[in-house]
Design a protein around this ligand. Structure first.
Ligand SMILES: NC(=O)c1ccc[n+]([C@@H]2O[C@H](COP(=O)([O-])OP(=O)(O)OC[C@H]3O[C@@H](n4cnc5c(N)ncnc54)[C@H](O)[C@@H]3O)[C@@H](O)[C@H]2O)c1
Ligand SMILES: CC/C=C\C[C@H](O)/C=C/C=C\C=C\C=C\[C@@H](O)[C@@H](O)C/C=C\CCC(=O)O
Length: 318
């Protein structure tokens, strides 16, 4: 099944390439290939993304200058691309991840590219209240506060369903509650914005991944409820969710094994991938900027697929 053929090694070593060009996947007849688009690292892409600066003072006129962001699952895939978009737009970024060795290496590379003192790596598992809390405290000590949180860390492993719930849903809840403690304007915080990475599988069922689907629906529901909660309470914190379709990352490899007891539905999943196509991490990550900077966006679910972006309208039950 050629579609799942990429290995961990290929994914990790090609992460930069992934950011710079649209990757083709091995679909029969070429269908489902990601559409070529300008990406956030494309030198000609100027509308919402800024080029890296080598000195902090050169970030002064950027959309996110003076802002501090925390990104979970920042070392690879979508989280890494989000980190770059935030840095390119002037923010300082704390990278949280379980992968310490890759995290430190990435931080060194980002410091060279975007300027000294712009990043911080914290080893933190989003399943651990203690580690997550310590990372927030270190970020506040280092950068003076937190304005943006991207709850992005997630896994796909239907065989480890409890861990999937613990990371994908409980990790997002934990991060959001911690961020509320830091950002709440009624408790001395300066307000802020939270972006939760859900999935297209948070908007409709992915039959081969019922637990993954449940966690992502949970993230969408939690995001919308917390957005309304914050607005009603006057906390000054906005909460939005990003719902990407299929994205070429490590998570999108070796899918039959990840489906575990549902692996007999791998072919049906291939058909869905062929129908929907795939996008790159850069194509996904560039969309956080609008959710972060547009003060009118609260409780939004933004679907991002090869067909483009779409703010989801939910049925009104009130
Ligand atoms: N790849 C896709 O097709 C796709 C589509 C829609 C949504 N998503 C979602 O996007 C998010 C990122 O996925 P990705 O495709 O970039 O995955 P990825 O596997 O490429 O990267 C995930 C990162 O999260 C880190 N991580 C894993 N568990 C962690 C934990 N417990 N605590 C902290 N860090 C942890 C990993 O070390 C890694 O750096 C996930 O929430 C995923 O569900 C992915
Ligand atoms: C094999 C899994 C790989 C990666 C998981 C990742 O999160 C990607 C998920 C991608 C797609 C999920 C698709 C689900 C589709 C259907 O349920 C569909 O009904 C979704 C429906 C609606 C979207 C909203 C709309 O168009 O109004």
């Amino acid at each position: 099944m050629g579609i799942w053929r990429r290995t961990k090694h290929e994914t990790m070593t090609n992460n930069n390439e992934q950011n710079q060009q649209t990757r083709a996947v091995d679909f029969p007849g070429g269908r489902g290939q990601s559409r070529s688009r300008q990406t956030s690292l494309d030198p000609s892409f100027e509308s919402s993304c800024r080029h890296p600066s080598t000195s902090s003072d050169r970030t002064a006129d950027m959309a996110l200058s003076g802002k501090t962001a925390v990104v979970t699952g920042a070392v690879m895939g979508i989280g890494r691309a989000m980190t770059e978009v935030l840095l390119q737009n002037g923010a300082k970024v704390a990278l949280l991840d379980v992968n310490e060795s890759e995290g430190k290496t990435l931080m060194e590379a980002l410091e060279k590219q975007y300027g000294q003192g712009r990043t911080l790596f914290c080893k933190a598992d989003v399943q651990s209240e203690e580690q997550f809390k310590a990372a927030f405290e270190k970020t506040t000590e280092t950068f003076g506060g937190i304005d943006i949180l991207c709850n992005n860390a997630g896994i796909l492993n239907e065989g480890l369903w409890e861990k999937t719930v613990a990371i994908n849903l409980m990790g997002v809840i934990r991060g959001t509650y911690l961020a509320f403690e830091h950002m709440n304007k009624l408790k001395g915080g300066r307000g802020g914005v939270i972006i939760n990475t859900a999935s297209m599988a948070g908007l409709g069922p992915l039959p081969s991944c019922p637990v993954y689907t449940a966690t992502k629906h949970g993230v969408v529901g939690f995001t919308r409820a917390m957005a309304a909660n914050s607005a009603l309470s006057g906390y000054g914190i906005r909460v939005n969710t990003l719902c990407p379709g299929f994205v070429q990352t490590e998570l999108f490899t070796e899918i039959p094994a990840r489906l575990a007891q549902h692996s007999h539905l791998a072919d049906a999943t291939v058909q869905l991938v062929e129908k929907l196509g795939t996008i790159t991490v850069s194509e996904v990550a560039q969309h956080i900027l609008e959710l972060v900077t547009d003060e009118t966006k609260n409780g939004e679910a933004l679907l991002v697929t090869p067909a483009g972006k779409q703010y989801i309208t939910f049925p009104s039950v009130a």
